[in-house]
Each structure stands twice: as structure tokens, then as C-alpha cells.
Design a protein around this ligand. Structure first.
Ligand SMILES: *[C@@H]1O[C@H](CO)[C@@H](O)[C@H](O)[C@H]1NC(C)=O
Ligand SMILES: *[C@@H]1O[C@H](CO)[C@@H](O)[C@H](O)[C@H]1NC(C)=O
Ligand SMILES: *[C@@H]1O[C@H](CO)[C@@H](O)[C@H](O)[C@H]1NC(C)=O
Ligand SMILES: CC(=O)N[C@H]1CO[C@H](CO)[C@@H](O)[C@@H]1O
Length: 377
């Protein structure tokens, strides 16, 4: 464990891009985001902020300075930021659970493994889903009335058709996008401008190259964040409610709302599959100038994630459960990369053959079942 942490720390020192997804570590926090804990502690002294959940989030959960500031000035948004971290992590892990790269590295945030710092295809997905998730929870929070900076989304521009009228309360995508940009993009942008401004005098070639690479990775991250938010906008769907006497649908009101997050995760999976590798020249020349592309972009090819390689952020698939009867990505053939698999027998003890007696009394037997499970060698 210590060894692992040490390795993460080294990578933190070498590559310090990726500040804008460190907040995903809030998925593990149990902080109470209440104002009273801050208001007791105003000012700029050493002690100020130390008791505020924002200060803790900064020190322990890797929030960037800018994010901690935003946290202090609008703390009521923070439960929804935390929800977004959980939502992003769960969605990514569900979508990728059958694959060699199964998104397990998202849970090590704020420590990021190289699969999430080298501007890989996987990183593109994680940035997009994170920015999508934050847009999502904020848009919903506005509609649910828990934030005082925003309310329901504005009425859609297109006219309703004859059998319904716009009403209800739509998810406020505009505000969600606005907040996600401030919370996520600004951190990445700040880092880019900081590296640019730094004096060029004393640095050697190596440092200059390293800096340029960081800027390029940041530009790709920003692009993929934008793709994530765009997917949210495109996922809005018309949702309706009927009014009228006992179940009749005399009056129907509709609004635009978001589907379950997993649908957005699946859409982004398609984008992940079609993600485009771009050259560093392309990034310098095109990204950030105008809207370059709506595809997820990456700079570095990924390994096949078959074998463990800490330097590349590959956990390997040894010991992963696979399925012998399927052709999908979790088939033993694909998941185990041709190394073969072990067959294990698992004994399950369950209640079974349950019967009702009289009205309210259930009696069951205990059954033992043996099932075979398969694990990659
Ligand atoms: C913050 O809220 C939590 C529960 O919501 C409560 O237990 C805690 O005491 C509060 N902290 C302060 C300082 O008010
Ligand atoms: C994901 O992969 C890692 C590395 O192979 C493994 O340790 C972990 O158990 C996997 N997680 C799930 C949910 O299968
Ligand atoms: C393996 O895959 C098949 C086909 O998709 C499925 O029916 C079966 O339930 C899976 N087995 C396990 C143990 O998940
Ligand atoms: C290179 C650089 O400026 N990195 C900074 C990026 O932002 C984080 C958080 O604000 C700083 O701690 C880094 O030093």
C-alpha cells in the first residue's frame, strides 16, 4: 500500500496536469457542507478555513485553490458537486465493468495514475463524464429548488404541439453548464496561463518541452470537458405529466428533463469508441481557437491493459472474473488476453423453496449450490 502511494506521489510530481478532475475524490468524503462551520471562522488567519469543509476539501481531497474559493462563496452547491463525483465514478465503473480497463483508477483520485494523465482515450472519457456529471447534478439541483442562484430551466424555444403545453420545471442546463465551466474548466485554464507566464529565462530545453506538453494536455482536457457538457445538452428530452379528472389526460404539461445518468454514460461510450487520436501539432494549431471537433480527442495511445504496468497506469487483468459463454468484452478469451483462466467452484448458501403458511409466516429451506466461476490467469 505504501509502495503504491509512493508511486502515485512520484507521478504527481512529474506530471501536474489533471487538477481539474482531482475533485472526483469528493466521492469518498463525508464532509458536512454547512455554512455555520465557516461563519464561525471568518478572516484570513491561519485558523480561518481550517475548520471550514472547503479548507479540508482543499487539503485532503485535492481541490484546487479556485475550487475551494468557489466552495466558500457558494457552499450550498457543494453537496451537488459531491453527488456529481459519485455519479461520475459509478457511471464510469458501470459502463466499463466488463472491460480490461474498468475505470477503477477513478477511485484513486486525487491521486491520478498515468492512464488519466497522459491524455489517453480513457482520460478523455473520464474528463467528459466528470464534466457531464457536474452539469447534470447542478441542472437538477436548480430544478429541485435547492440552490438560490438558479431555478427551473427556461421554457423551450420551440412551440409545443397541439396536445400539450410547456409547464412544470425543466432541468436548468444553462446554469449547470455555467457552473461546470467555472468549477472544472477554469482550473485547467489557470494552469495553462500560469505555465505560459512563467519566466522563460532560466529553463532548459527539457523544462520547456515538458511545459508545452502540459499545455497541450490541458487543451485536450478542456476540449473533452466541452464534449461532456454538449452530450448533456443533447440528451434533454421532453417529459410530461397529465392532469385532469381521474387519470384522463385533458391537460398535459411538458418540460425538458434529463434521462438517467447511465444513458449519458452509454452515449459517451460510443464517443469513446470513436475517439480520435490527434497530433500535438493539431492541438497547438486548432484546439481552443474555435470549436475544433465534437469528438473525444486523445494524444497518447493506450496500452492493451492486459498486463500490469505501473508506468502506463495499467492494472492488468490477472484475477479478473470472466465469462466462458459470451463473446463480449468480458469473455475469458478477450479479458484474459490469451493467457487462459482458472476454474473455481463457488459454494452459495441461500434460502430457498420458501412457502407461506397461513397468511403471514414464511418458511424456507437452506440450499447449497455450487457454481463454477472463471478467473483470468
Ligand atoms: C453541519 O451539519 C451536520 C448535519 O447536517 C451536523 O451534524 C453538524 O453539526 C453541522 N455542523 C455545524 C458546525 O453546524
Ligand atoms: C477492475 O480491475 C481491477 C484491476 O484488474 C480489479 O482489481 C478490480 O477488481 C476490477 N473491478 C471490478 C469491479 O471488476
Ligand atoms: C455469461 O454470459 C452469458 C451470455 O451473455 C450470460 O447469459 C450469463 O449469465 C453470463 N454468466 C455469468 C456468470 O455472468
Ligand atoms: C504548473 C502549474 O501551474 N500547476 C498548478 C496547477 O494548479 C494547481 C492547483 O491550483 C497548482 O497547485 C499547481 O501548481
Amino acid at each position: 500500500m505504501e509502495n503504491k502511494l509512493f508511486v502515485y506521489l512520484i507521478f504527481l510530481l512529474i506530471i501536474d496536469v489533471g487538477f481539474s478532475i482531482r475533485w472526483l475524490s469528493l466521492q469518498h468524503s463525508n464532509l458536512h457542507w454547512n455554512l455555520s462551520s465557516v461563519n464561525n471562522n471568518p478572516g484570513r488567519g491561519i485558523r480561518s478555513g481550517t475548520r471550514s469543509p472547503c479548507g479540508v476539501a482543499r487539503r485532503r481531497y485535492g481541490l484546487a485553490k479556485l475550487q475551494a474559493k468557489l466552495c466558500r462563496s457558494s457552499m450550498e452547491t457543494m453537496p451537488h458537486v459531491q453527488k456529481a463525483a459519485i455519479l461520475a465514478a459509478e457511471t464510469c465503473q458501470t459502463v466499463f465493468q466488463d472491460r480490461r480497463w474498468n475505470c477503477s483508477s477513478i477511485i484513486t483520485a486525487p491521486y491520478l495514475t498515468p492512464d488519466l494523465t497522459r491524455a489517453t482515450r480513457e482520460q478523455a472519457y473520464v474528463y467528459a463524464i466528470s464534466s457531464a456529471a457536474l452539469t447534470y447534478t447542478m441542472a437538477r439541483a436548480c430544478a429541485s429548488g435547492t440552490l438560490y442562484h438558479c431555478t427551473c430551466g427556461s421554457k423551450p424555444d420551440e412551440p409545443p404541439n397541439s396536445n400539450f403545453q410547456w409547464g412544470g420545471c425543466g432541468d436548468n442546463i444553462r446554469w449547470g453548464v455555467y457552473f461546470a465551466k467555472r468549477f472544472i474548466d477554469n482550473v485547467e485554464k489557470l494552469n495553462v496561463s500560469k505555465t505560459r507566464k512563467r519566466k522563460r529565462g532560466n529553463e532548459n530545453d527539457e523544462e520547456r518541452k515538458n511545459k508545452l506538453l502540459k499545455e497541450e494536455i490541458a487543451a485536450v482536457n478542456l476540449h473533452n470537458n466541452r464534449v461532456g457538457r454538449k452530450i448533456i445538452r443533447e440528451s434533454l428530452q421532453v417529459q410530461c405529466k397529465c392532469h385532469g379528472v381521474s387519470g384522463s389526460c385533458n391537460i398535459k404539461t411538458c418540460w425538458k428533463g434529463l434521462p438517467p445518468m447511465i444513458e449519458i454514460g452509454q452515449r459517451l461510450l460510443t464517443q469513446y469508441t470513436n475517439a480520435k487520436e490527434v497530433s500535438r501539432n493539431y492541438v497547438e494549431g486548432n484546439l481552443g481557437q474555435k470549436r475544433a471537433s465534437d469528438e473525444l480527442l486523445f494524444l497518447s495511445k493506450s496500452p492493451d491493459y492486459c498486463t500490469k504496468d505501473v508506468k502506463l497506469g495499467s492494472a492488468g487483468t490477472v484475477g479478473r472474473r470472466c465469462n466462458v459463454t459470451t463473446n463480449g468484452p468480458n469473455s475469458c478469451r478477450q479479458l484474459c488476453c490469451g493467457r487462459g483462466y482458472r476454474t473455481l467452484v463457488e459454494e452459495k448458501i441461500e434460502r430457498c423453496q420458501c412457502k407461506y403458511y397461513n397468511c403471514c409466516y414464511v418458511k424456507c429451506n437452506i440450499c447449497r449450490t455450487m457454481t463454477q466461476i472463471y478467473e483470468c490467469g
